[in-house]
Design a binder for this molecule. Structure first.
Ligand code: SAM
Length: 228
């Protein structure tokens, strides 16, 4: 999979060289490129923002540098997907991560200030699929952290990135429920014991207990995930 990121803070993405994604980059499973939006400006001050039409606080990112950047990054055959992090987007979920992991080319447009001139996405939709995603119901300073979260969630689903694919199956949100609690050795620690059933060696009972735990935890923490 190829991933391009456009940002005014390329240094944010140094962490993509670390851990599983870093190894996936080195191994050629993820072809990741970070671009500085300012390299597509033409003025001496490398300006990327201007005041909003209609008034109001803050600045808006100008359309011209974005159009220049995206013209050179989006593929001409329409096969690219432009991912736009925004608190006004569709809530990002595991099902969306699964679907994005099937795409060949993802391009992330990281907004700053009050966001990017809305015409950029109308224009981009004529040459790519545009997906506006929100990380959650809160406001970050920029799209970089959100892009990073989406890249990590999608990247780990690309075949080969996580060594044991089975570890991806039994995770929170994969079957619509939160994961059961996990334990490792020692069986007794600071007066706290691992539940007996996990020491029983009885696979059926372990599976039933884990499912009960998933349902109970989901009901307690995220009742909105359960069917009515
Ligand atoms: N004025 C915008 C609004 O009210 O919707 C918020 C702008 S925010 C300060 C700057 C940028 O941070 C946004 O353009 C977006 O890229 C990113 N951002 C902020 N919160 C986000 C969230 N919850 N999910 C995804 N991206 C977010």
């Amino acid at each position: 999979m190829r991933i391009d990121i456009v940002t005014i803070f390329p240094e944010f993405f140094g962490v993509l060289d670390v851990s599983l994604l870093g190894r996936a980059r080195q191994g050629g499973l993820l072809d990741l490129h970070v671009h500085d939006l300012r390299s597509w400006t033409t003025d001496r001050h490398r300006t990327v923002d201007d005041t909003p039409y209609g008034g109001g606080a803050g600045m808006v990112m100008k359309p011209e540098p974005w159009a220049e950047a995206l013209s050179s990054i989006l593929r001409s055959d329409g096969s690219s997907t432009l991912v736009v992090p925004t608190p006004a987007g569709t809530p990002f979920r595991q099902t969306i991560a699964r679907s994005l992991a099937e795409h060949e080319h993802l391009v992330f447009a990281c907004g700053r200030y009050e966001g990017i001139d809305a015409r950029v996405f109308e224009w981009a939709a004529t040459r790519s699929t545009v997906v506006e995603l929100s990380l959650g119901d809160y406001v970050l300073n920029g799209g970089e952290v959100a892009a990073m979260a989406v890249i990590e969630a999608v990247g780990r689903l690309v075949p080969g990135v996580v060594g044991n694919p089975e570890s991806l199956v039994e995770e929170s949100h994969e079957d619509g429920l939160l994961e059961y609690p996990s334990y490792t050795k020692p069986a007794s620690w600071r007066g706290l014991d691992v539940p007996d059933v996990l020491l029983s060696g009885h696979h059926g009972r372990v599976a039933a207990w884990r499912h009960e735990q998933q349902v109970e935890r989901t009901r307690r923490v995220r009742p909105d995930l359960l069917p009515d």
